[in-house]
Design a binder for this molecule. Structure first.
Ligand SMILES: Nc1ncnc2c1ncn2[C@@H]1O[C@H](COP(=O)(O)OP(=O)(O)OP(=O)(O)O)[C@@H](O)[C@H]1O
Ligand SMILES: [Mg+2]
Length: 368
């Protein structure tokens, strides 16, 4: 069945070619092309070695797509498929002393700490934790950003009550703002259905590029809501992003803890320090009787943290208030900063900061 949008988009790209003359449409290089509201997202497969030669094509594609009726903006992402492909083939006859290409400027240079929030499995409260910890950090006077790298199920827009799309300023996207946080979601750029079939390195390169294409400004901490699990996408992200550390979110059940352990092992493998474990849905606070019930058992994450020698940041109860606040796009730490949950997240943020503090203290937080 024909998709009229796709036909229109492909028609706009019809006369564009790859550097070797192959027409782009039909080359098998289009990993995703779609209309999302009045924005077009296009992903072109490439290798890091080849990517610079595709800059002109990328600009031309953006220009063509932007002129289409009903389209206000277009974003073209170059994504690399495999790390092996990323290596340029050895050049025969190249002298050993050939000058190395100048290292690229770190697009995240103005961000002091990039911290991953990860979980071994989905649905344990990773996004809820990311947003509330970010607000807890902001309450300490830090400049904080949140990046929703969970392209399979982006949820930051809902959690932060963000509507609409980020604006572009030249080639850079301006992060959205909510409750004093700067926020960006992969969901704005990549259609989750497209991303579903992407393998790790492709996700990694799309995310790295998105980080570079976002005008974050100076940040003390950027919290990254990782895709759930410990597959190659997560490994590629852990490896390829300049992470100061990772926070692991787990529920108290044994099964969830086994997954959390896998997450910890993965980060340790790539030398990313674990800044702490958050136990979520630790116990149920009954709205009727006010009693606390340990539905999933108790103390599992704390014991696991002790066993593994990583900091335990705290235990968050399962409460209707927290869920209702999240669903309403008003995270509990913003809605009720002095309530028990708001204070809990701020305490956890302080403990998290303690793991990062040497660096932050040395430079002083960027308070303005
Ligand atoms: N402590 C809590 N008390 C009550 N509800 C919670 C709590 N933590 C999370 N939730 C709810 O559980 C659901 C899943 O949480 P969340 O989206 O944060 O998990 P996730 O790990 O990011 O999930 P996914 O893997 O789908 O991205 C949401 O509806 C959220 O509001
Ligand atoms: Mg999530």
């Amino acid at each position: 069945m024909n998709d009229p949008d796709k036909d229109m988009l492909e028609a706009a790209l019809a006369d564009l070619s790859l550097p070797d003359g192959t027409p782009l449409v039909g080359s098998g290089r289009i990993a995703g092309l779609g209309l999302s509201g009045n924005r077009v997202n296009l992903s072109i497969l490439t290798t890091p070695a080849e990517a610079p030669t595709l800059a002109t094509l990328r600009d031309a594609a953006e220009a063509r797509l932007r002129t289409l009726p009903g389209v206000s903006n277009a974003f073209v992402v170059l994504t690399a498929e495999t790390p092996a492909a990323a290596k340029a083939p050895p050049q025969l006859g190249t002298p050993k002393s050939a000058p190395k290409p100048a290292p690229k400027a770190d697009p995240l240079a103005a961000i002091r700490h990039v911290v991953a929030v990860a979980s071994g499995k989905g649905g344990v409260g990773k996004s809820t934790t990311t947003v509330n910890l970010a607000l807890g950090l902001a309450a300490q006077g830090l400049k904080v950003g949140v990046l929703d790298a969970d392209i399979y199920g982006p949820s930051l827009p809902t959690l932060l009550g963000l509507h609409g799309k980020p604006q572009a300023n030249g080639r850079k996207l301006v992060p959205m703002q909510a409750y004093g946080l700067r926020a960006m979601s992969m969901g704005f750029l990549v259609d989750p259905e497209t991303a579903m079939v992407w393998r790790g390195p492709m996700i990694m390169s799309a995310i790295t590029q998105m980080m570079a294409d976002v005008d974050w400004g100076a940040l003390d901490v950027l919290l990254v809501d990782m895709p759930p699990g410990t597959g190659d996408a997560q490994l590629a992200l852990a490896q390829g992003t300049r992470l100061s550390g990772a926070v692991i979110v787990s529920t108290p059940q044994d099964l969830s803890l086994i997954d959390a352990r896998r997450g910890i092992t993965m980060f340790r493998k790539v030398d990313v320090p674990i800044l702490g474990i958050v136990e979520n849905m630790a116990h149920f606070i009954c709205p009727d009787c006010g009693g606390s019930h340990a539905i999933f058992g108790q103390g599992g994450a704390q014991a696991e943290a002790d066993r593994l020698g990583v900091p335990f940041l705290g235990a968050v109860p399962l409460t209707m208030d927290l869920r209702a606040a999240s669903d309403a796009g008003q995270p509990i730490t913003a809605r009720d900063p002095d309530g028990p949950l708001g204070r809990l997240y701020q305490n956890m943020a302080r403990s998290l900061l303690a793991g990062l503090t040497p660096n932050l203290r040395a430079n002083g937080p960027t308070l303005t």
